[in-house]
Design a protein around this ligand. Sequence first.
Ligand SMILES: Nc1ncnc2c1ncn2[C@@H]1O[C@H](COP(=O)(O)OP(=O)(O)OP(=O)(O)O)[C@@H](O)[C@H]1O
Length: 455
Amino acid sequence: MRDECESDQRFRVLLVEDEPVAARLLQAQLASVGGRVTTAGGVQEALRLLSYERFDLALVDLGLPDGSGLSVVGGAVAAGVPAIVQTASDRVEDAVEAMRAGACDFIVKPVTPSRLVRAVTAARGATPPGVARPGSPEPHTPMGRTLRLAEKVARSAAPILVRGETGSGKEWLARRIVELGPRADRPFLAVNCAALPADLAESLLFGHERGAFSGATERHPGRFAEADGGTLLLDEVGDLAPALQAKLLRVLEDGEIDPVGARRPRRVDVRVIAATHRDLAAMVRAGSFREDLYWRLAVFEIEVPPLRERRDEIPELIRRFVAEAAETGRAFRADPDAVRQLSQRDWPGNIRELRHAVLRAVVLADTPVLGLAAFDWPPASADDGVADPDPGHATEPFSESPASLSSLAEVERETIVKALQFHGGSMTAAARSLRIGRSTLYRKMELYGLSGRGA
Ligand SMILES: Nc1ncnc2c1ncn2[C@@H]1O[C@H](COP(=O)(O)OP(=O)(O)OP(=O)(O)O)[C@@H](O)[C@H]1O
């Protein structure tokens, strides 16, 4: 079907508009950019057309004589047709609802030709539901749905709440959303709310004036001001202290921050993406998270599924991480049987755990083909009692810095620490299990600032 649509330059548009003059105008504009337009004047007619005709795009007015255009959006999404909604300028909240129902964009009436062309081009460029882009996961998988939703919300400026287990790729998804949206080349900053020191949290986020408190020798803009015009990822938002929850609500509601010690508030334009592995709704019920803030943050809520529910991605991820590690000049590939077995594992630390396992395997490899044993740490002979700790932020000593572990060197350092821990600080035993000489181990410990304190 995709081929058929690509070979026919004229894409098929379902235009749902009851106003004859507006319909004629839009029809002409759509035709001028290659659209073959079928018009429906109401909900029932549109749903009927969607049920037996194929369309590449639907442009839906929300206020229709026989009901809300939202039902048409639902029908289009169910039929795998990207939907753009049109709304009056005083009904933008309806557009938010339509986006939640799966619309990929909204335009406010009266639409200019250039805005219409942009919306249509973007919607046609977005993967239509049910059609996989080469290299992207199959669309009916949980992650396929997540990515489709990400593509849709990327174009809006509304806050997003990304939920998912530790290491499942919440920050990765947030970055992807930003890349797909109009703020792609604007600042992107990430703050781990769980790691904010209590006494400095407010000024780190919202800034302070010089002399605002003892020790404030310089003015500091704070993360919100630094992200002005761009996006701020608030990771572990569930860990934000109640006083800061109130201040965050103010930014989201009024677009203003109050730097500590400043005489007047400052306006900022920041898209907030919040991420959490916690059940924020349960926290709201328990009284530890503000309900009003929850509703503000969760205009769009996106779930990143745990890796065990997207096992089909594991072979590709392994290939990608092996290639990433091989950028250091060493060429490796994973043994297909190992890949099969690794794909069956549960990976409680999700993609981060898989990535570390692959990077570690490359660090330790002495053959170009990585067998299953290469991915296990501690090595298979090791005592289970000292097995790899939960690879989540809470327990992993070197992954709690704001950026997650990223370089091969960091993984190498972590591997050395674990080897030393495992062998009770014995360098000889650690070097043997790492399959490197004692002097190499010593050199690397120096390099990573580990010498003299064991693990
Ligand atoms: N789809 C993906 N493809 C490639 N790498 C990915 C993907 N998803 C996540 N990763 C990588 O996995 C690691 C963990 O991802 P990320 O930091 O986004 O997880 P997280 O859910 O935000 O973790 P946490 O809950 O600890 O904050 C990162 O190195 C990231 O680059």
